[in-house]
Design a protein around this ligand. Structure first.
Ligand SMILES: Cc1ncc(C[n+]2csc(CCOP(=O)(O)OP(=O)(O)O)c2C)c(N)n1
Ligand SMILES: [Mg+2]
Length: 415
């Protein structure tokens, strides 16, 4: 680690890693007291990744966390009480006790997109956020995280390819913690470095020690700056280790003892404390002050969360299904003149047309529906007979499709 940040930045990184660990330690206690509703995941030993990467973002930037990114939420400004209450399904929680432990965000103020369980799906979603920001001239960067296991989903590849072709200002942090549930990374990816996946999309990547918070921050900062400057998406592989099981239910007995011992000796907070002390950025007195600050904060946040009521039963069905405008309103926030982004100004002539398809007109004069030659004929009788023009067009198109009948016949033959 070389000295390149301000003293305050060094101390911020330390504080947020400690806060990340303290919040999760508190939740383990709540879980054992049976106060957590649902699963409890841990980022023990991975705090430097969430904290270092989220610290590289600006306030206006967007992120979407995965299950091991509570540190990123804290850096972005989510108060610990919200995290506690969400895990306890309390009425004052961000989702009023209605969604999973990690399934919450804040679109209005903190720019956090709520995660969903399907691994990889946040990649195209955050690519979309990045593109929307560019479209609106906001100069934002979007960031999300994915695990080694999640990097083998189809949507990881589709999403990253899409981000690359769109040159989206998007940074993807791949947390290679060596395990996906009980599957070691070597059994599911034939690559030494998962960063090499970036080559398939023609984008740049970095490999970083995920247990070194300063390296994590510096690398993320460079990637964020490059993405913001219009260089397109960047993939960062952070090498680390999942210190606990997949979630609280998993004792992870399948992890070799030597592997665990190696990584336990590389605890990111212990390593960083040693560095800060060596560089005279942290002494016993300021460490004690941080300990006390965290103890006081967490006691108050936990008390608030514990005192929050459970949601009233009569509200169980409310806000579950969208009923339109009386449920919630989504309105475009125009930041460019409406005329510029709506037709006719926004319309572009199709560059590829096929007669009878898409922008072409059917013989009946209406827009032709897409017809692949094997859909049932809509009109069997005479052409007009009071049928809508679109249906007549279908018939006309079917007639022109020479291969339609043989295709149907051959499928029948196969059956
Ligand atoms: C598309 C999809 N497949 C499977 C799962 C079930 N699942 C949840 S977490 C997980 C393991 C994830 O491993 P990894 O991506 O390495 O993340 P880690 O838990 O190590 O942080 C699996 C298989 C899922 N949520 N989504
Ligand atoms: Mg993993």
């Amino acid at each position: 680690m070389k000295k390149e940040l301000t003293r305050q930045q060094y101390l911020d990184l330390y504080y947020y890693m400690r806060l990340n660990r303290a919040v999760e330690d508190t939740m383990v206690k709540l879980f054992r007291q049976n106060k957590i509703v649902g699963g409890l995941y841990s980022s023990l030993g991975q705090e430097a990744i969430s904290v270092g990467s989220a610290y590289a973002l600006e306030k206006k930037d967007w992120l979407a966390p995965m299950i091991r990114n509570i540190g990123a939420l804290l850096v972005k400004g989510v108060p610990p009480r919200d995290i506690f209450m969400q895990h306890m399904a309390k009425y004052d929680s961000p989702t009023k006790g209605k969604d999973g432990t990690s399934h919450f965000g804040d679109l209005d103020n903190l720019h956090i997109v709520s995660p969903i369980s399907m691994l990889g799906d946040l990649i195209p979603v955050m690519t979309g956020v990045a593109m929307a920001g560019r479209y609106l001239g906001q100069k934002i960067v979007a960031m999300t995280w994915i695990g080694d296991g999640g990097s083998s989903t189809g949507v990881f590849h589709e999403g990253l390819n899409f981000a690359a072709t769109q040159k989206a200002p998007f940074v993807l942090i791949l947390e290679n913690n060596l395990w996906a549930y009980s599957t070691p990374v070597r059994k599911q990816v034939p690559l030494e470095n998962l960063a090499d996946r970036a080559k398939a999309y023609g984008i740049d990547s970095y490999i970083v020690d995920g247990n070194d918070v300063v390296a994590m921050y510096s690398t993320a900062k460079e990637a964020v700056n490059r993405a913001r400057a219009g260089e397109g998406p960047i993939l960062i592989e952070a090498k680390t280790f999942r210190r606990l099981g997949h979630a609280q239910h998993d004792p992870a007995e399948y992890v070799p003892k030597e592997m665990r011992a190696y990584w336990e000796a590389r605890d990111p907070i212990a390593l960083y404390e040693k560095y800060l002390t060596g560089e005279k950025l942290l002494d016993a007195k300021s460490k004690k002050e941080i300990d006390e600050k965290l103890d006081t904060l967490l006691a108050a946040e936990r008390e608030f969360a514990e005192n929050s009521p459970m949601p009233p039963a009569e509200l169980a069905a409310e806000g579950v299904y969208c009923t339109g405008d009386d449920c919630h309103k989504i309105r475009a926030q125009w930041e460019r003149p409406v005329a510029e982004v709506t037709p006719p100004k926004s319309s572009v002539e199709a560059v590829w047309t096929v007669p009878g398809f898409g922008s072409g007109k059917g013989s009946g004069g209406a827009n032709a529906p897409i017809h692949f030659g094997d859909t049932p004929r809509a009109v069997e009788k005479s052409a007009n007979g009071g049928k809508p023009a679109a249906k007549i067009a279908v018939k006309a198109a079917a007639k022109k499709t020479v291969k339609a009948a043989p295709a149907r016949a051959s499928r029948k033959a196969r059956r």
